[in-house]
Design a protein around this ligand. Sequence first.
Ligand code: MG
Ligand code: MG
Length: 249
Amino acid sequence: MFLKTPGEVQLMDEANRIVHRVLDAVGEAIAPGVTSRQLDRLAEKVIRDAGGAPAFLNYRGFPATLCISVNDVIVHGIPKDVPLKEGDIVGIDCGVLYKGYYGDAARTFAVGRIDAEAQRLLEVTEEALRRAVAQVRPGGRLSDIGHAVQRYAESQGFSIVREFSGHGIGASLHEDPQIPNYGTPGKGPKLKPGMVLAIEPMINAGGAGVRMDADGWTARTEDGSLSAHFEYSVAVTPSGARVLGTDRI
Ligand code: MG
Ligand code: MG
């Protein structure tokens, strides 16, 4: 795992500022009748206008700028010409390459009015991410992060996806260490200033099982239940966590 200098962390903050600008713009554009492909085009324009490059486009052959994951899709959904419907939830995951460094963040949005259980899933998943970030400090242990996610999500009656994890990030989109969203606390490497971690809980309203579509990308809940995903890129600093690219928390 690579430690970043303060100058590199600053560049990663700038990359993540572009990511959050995309998430803000896409969040504004989401409405019943809008297609996920339209959202993808908007994202690519925002990224290129800011001088960045879409990090997911052509990554291992992925065909789009955003991963757009509707309802029972957990992550890695491919944008399509299918309109969003009132009551859907839609996960937007965005990666940007800027001046040699990556930014990566995700939010899940409501399309129009959603039912109370869907709303609760979004709130619990975002709160799980906040609780995970609260574990990030020098001298803490990597598994404290996943433990915080699991403990909170399961206390709310939801389940943790185990097939996908957070990751280190820097001059590569995915670096060591892997950051599972479950586990016992006090294990794994000690957190040190200069680490940058993409922390990304994926939480299912029903069971934890996952099945893959024939496209090889789209990961869905096995039982068809809803799934939500929030992600921040977080730097470990001498004084604690610094969420990159946003002042949302
Ligand atoms: Mg991501
Ligand atoms: Mg990520």
